[in-house]
Design a protein around this ligand. Structure first.
Ligand SMILES: *Cc1c(COP(=O)(O)O)cnc(C)c1O
Length: 379
């Protein structure tokens, strides 16, 4: 049976990327960021491959993602980075999931849940060091630290981590990086002096891990680089290998005369008699509609541009007189070895980042796993 469109995930590449990143980080422990279904690659499978590659922590955005990982049998420490009010923190405590907290109100809510659960909650105090997104800014930091100390004294909280996030790590020379590092050092110093002794202090994403050694602290949090995509594409690939190959089997081939309008709106017209192939992947699968008449794919050994508009379930390519048959594989993007575009190539053409290309691949597209998650080659 041919699968119309599928995402082949090379788990060996993920393990190898994690091992490479750990080496680049000078051996500092790594939290594998597997939020958003492992950046579209499949959360539990990616988590196992990352642990096989040497990561020792898992990071997600939402509590539901962490609980899913626990249900899938993953026992490594997991941090939920984005916690809001009214979530089932009793379940987080029961599942031994770490929670990031950036406000005293949230800490109080977590402490109450820990009280009900009958054991302390593990929290990471989140500092806003300049990004103006999550976390406590300098004026709120002392009260967050006080709330954590009170929770610890009552046996309801354990402040195991201090964390922040960088706004401009993908621009290593941006002055905000040094300013955020200074602010983080100050926040950590304040907390230590107040009596918080965390196991881990962390703020480095992939870009910071690779280019800002002072940001590594006790734990690095790579996301995109684990999946083999460069966080700084203009600085190269850093030896990383893209893990996802998106491909589809041609559904239909037809010969059409010159002047044939193609797809909705007929924004593409054949210049001469030609062969068209229908590729069963559309915006319902995550192929961006903005890629109409723009994005390239690999078909019959050559790059072809999508002809006309991307539809919900399909798009068309124009092959001229080159041979192609129904069932032939079209590679939308992949590692680039065979001449196919990479997710970064698509991102560059669309004016976005590779993160968005892989994360948007839809639930309808089956993920097919290859490679051993320990990074060793399969025979
Ligand atoms: C997603 C995320 C990361 C990873 O970022 P990348 O740029 O993909 O490496 C790190 N830390 C936090 C808090 C995140 O949410």
């Amino acid at each position: 049976m041919t699968i119309p469109a599928r995402a082949l995930i090379d788990l060996g590449a993920i393990s190898a990327n994690v091992a490479l990143l750990r080496e680049r980080a000078g051996g500092v422990p790594a939290m594998a960021m597997v939020k958003a279904d492992g950046y579209g690659h499949g959360i539990a499978e990616v988590a196992r491959a990352a642990l096989a590659g040497g990561a020792t922590w898992l990071g997600v955005a939402r509590l539901a993602e962490a609980l899913h990982l626990r249900e899938a049998g993953l026992t490594a420490p997991i941090l939920v980075c984005l916690c809001g009010p009214g979530e089932p923190y009793d379940r987080a405590v029961a599942a031994d999931v770490d929670l990031a907290a950036g406000s005293a109100g949230l800490l109080a809510e977590i402490a109450a849940a820990a009280d009900r659960a009958g054991r302390p909650a593990r929290v990471h105090l989140k500092a806003d060091t300049g990004m103006s997104r999550g976390g406590a800014g300098p004026s709120d930091w002392p009260s967050l630290v006080d709330a954590a100390l009170a929770g610890q004294a009552a046996g309801r909280l354990r402040a195991v981590g201090l964390m922040s996030h960088l706004a401009c790590a993908d621009e290593p020379d941006h002055p905000a990086n040094a300013a955020q590092l200074r602010a983080f050092a100050e926040a950590a110093d304040y907390a230590e002096k107040a009596g918080i002794h965390p196991e881990v202090r962390h703020l480095a994403n992939s870009a910071a891990l690779l280019t800002i050694p002072a940001a590594r602290y006790d734990l690095v949090r790579p996301g995109i680089a684990m999946y083999g995509l460069s966080p700084l594409p203009e600085r190269g690939a850093f030896g990383l290998r893209p893990a996802m190959t998106l491909s589809a089997a041609v559904a239909l081939v037809k010969r059409v005369p010159a002047g044939s309008g193609v797809s909705y709106g007929m924004t593409y017209t054949t210049g001469r008699e030609t062969t068209l192939a229908v590729v069963p992947a559309g915006y319902g699968d995550g192929v961006p509609r903005h890629g109409s008449n723009l994005l390239e794919v690999l078909a019959g050994g050559r790059r072809r541009r999508i002809a006309g508009r991307v539809c919900m379930d399909q798009f068309v390519i124009d092959l001229g007189d080159d041979p192609i048959a129904a069932g032939d594989e079209v590679v939308l993007f992949g590692p680039g070895d065979r001449g196919e575009p990479t997710a970064q190539d698509w991102a560059g053409a669309l004016g976005t980042i590779s993160y968005e290309i892989v994360t948007r691949i839809g639930a309808r597209v089956p993920r097919v796993y290859e490679g051993r998650p320990d990074g060793r080659a399969t025979s």
